[in-house]
Design a protein around this ligand. Sequence first.
Ligand code: ADP
Ligand code: ZN
Ligand code: ZN
Length: 766
Amino acid sequence: MSELYADIIVDISHEKLDKPFQYRVPERLRDSLEIGMCVTVPFGNGGRRLKGYVIEIGEECKFDPQRTKDILEITTKNAGVEDRLIALAGWIRKNYGSTMIQALKTVIPAKQTVKRLEHRTLQRLMNREEIISLLGESRRKKQVAKERLLRELVEQEEIPYEWVTGKLGVSAQTVRGLEKAGAVRVVSTESLRDPVRLAQENEEAHARQTRPVLSAEQRRIAEEILADFDAGSPGTYLIHGITGSGKTEVYMQIVEEMVRRGRQAIVLIPEIALTYQTLLRFYRRFGSRVSVMNSTLSPGEKYDQCERAKNGEIDVIIGPRSALFTPFPKLGVIIMDEEHENSYKSEATPKYHARETAARLAGMCGATLVLGSATPSMEAYYRAQSGEYKLYTLKERLTGGQLPTVYTIDLRQELKEGNRSIFSRKLQELLADRLQKGEQSILFLNRRGYAGFISCRACGHVMKCPHCDVSLSEHKGGRLICHYCGYSEPKPSACPKCGSRYISGFKAGTQQIEEKLRELFPNVRTLRMDGDTTKTKDSYEQILSAFSNREADVLIGTQMIVKGHDFPGVTLVGVLAADLSLGANDYRAGERTFQLLTQAVGRAGRGALPGEAVIQTYQPEHYAVTYAAEQDYEGFYNEEILYRELGGYPPAAHMLAVQIFAREESRGQSLAEALAECVRGKMPAERGQEMKDAAQTGGERDRMQIIGPAPAAIGRINDIFRFVFYVKSAKYDTLVKVKDVLEEKIQGEQLRTELVQFDFDPVNTL
Ligand code: ADP
Ligand code: ZN
Ligand code: ZN
């Protein structure tokens, strides 16, 4: 038997992460040693022993075998939180493809020499009535920022200072003005740390809070989940419930119970839904034991949050994807709200998915994992169907409000009857009605995943790849290309189905919609929310609160507007072109469309007044449109899963995208081809056999399939050419092996100006 060697990192603090040392694996550890394990190794000549982490195991000795030392032992005792995260990094590296250093940097923030964050809060000094009178005054004077702050102060006696200047967008000057007027004072860290005061304040905060009595269904869910945990078999649970059905209350109940058991909680929320309102609810419930991690924090602040978590200063962290790596000593539960969101998948290498990574972490910590969504991802629902996750369904909205009446409008018919406007006649009629009544409307332009697809405005026909059943994208020079397999054809001048000349891409943006709306209704007050209007910090929150305050009649926006705030004043939602996202050139187009339409439609009628929604589409018969109009998730799932099974797409099977980036087009192309060829069979004999075995067990369905290579959806960015090929297999492990083989080949290639990345079960078009 040949010797085994391990690459070990002996110092994971600081930026020294990138220097592995090689050690020999002694006979007795051969079977037990795994990547990610913590070991003790001799270091230097002075008999020093250091703790190290195994990042790689292989047969090749990179140094002098005579001088390579043995690993002393596996350090199993006292595996601290850091060890667990490093083991998790090992798992991420293996399952998503990256270097160990990239994986480690993902889970552990680099140590920063910054001074500790000073935590400040704003305290109200006046009583509620006095604040209300100030509020009236600033409203008259149109002091918008001051008004926002005062409105919060009416409800709350204390606000974290970062929220005042951050989320609320109130300037320090405004705060000073209020301080002078004797309305508030700014209190800094030290006074907050005073334990006596803190306890007192927490009690008051708890007393102030009106906590709803959980419904029988909510209680049952929380109790069952906790019972499993207490019985020592924490599981993974999926709560499927429309917005407003009380999921967050269930989360908070579970978190509270976990904290009572001396455990900590990680609450993941997509960045875009991480609004002030959401934070406030948790802050009110858990006081200063809760903290927030988001992308606006500096590396130093993030490090500081991690230290607080490690030291037991907080019990609950709320944040997007990366908050998963908060180093809690005794993690009890991970909550993942809006589980279907694409932002849970990292776009940078390692391209991990927070759902799977959370499941792994929960398993390592004996923690519970709770997923929640109004429109669960196909992956989560598939696993719930297979019994891997336990499924709960919350059917009713607790704050009243019924599902809106939905009108699906066929845009082909509109054109036929002479209406060339982007607004159907039904939508115009309902908009006029709302303006006249003084009720609010939302116009939603579905542009997600939209990448230049071509469709016929007369019959709705979409140009698709004859081999992959995904839509073709228009490229410069007028050719249509499939980004999965590289198939291409010239752009037709007439629709191949009906002969109409109205065949083209859909070009209207939110700005044009706003202009057209003004042409129709000259006095309409509009707000627009899209990539352009939300560039500056807090602009997102500001637009939402302005609309909440009824400063506009119509909010026009892209997918951003379907999340976050609740607008009780909205009684009409118009979806301008529902099928834009259906045209997206990837296999998730239907799922994404269904999710967006369902959420958009659900925005109407949250308040006391009933709502209506208009879905304008060229494909009124498409199942993603019809099920969304009926708000029928299961109907959609049952149809979509058939398509995934037939096409061999996730979650029915797995898919690995191999992306190649190169400065020279020809080199990129040939590297892509060489790598694809390598997967096709010309792999090192032993590994190749292994892979063939893996590919053949289980018969036809487990066969690997290779698609491409082809230029990526965006073939060139900043003069870097991009190519991609896909490997499909029923088994994830087979794809991990493919990745291992490719990694080995790449290492032997001495690539200088090329780069290869892996993306398992990609969520975006590549
Ligand atoms: P979701 O997270 O599913 O959108 P929430 O938990 O935010 O739902 O609940 C929606 C609204 O209903 C919130 O205002 C919440 O306070 C309220 N609510 C939740 N549960 C109850 C309950 N059992 N009784 C009364 N109100 C409730
Ligand atoms: Zn046509
Ligand atoms: Zn194709």
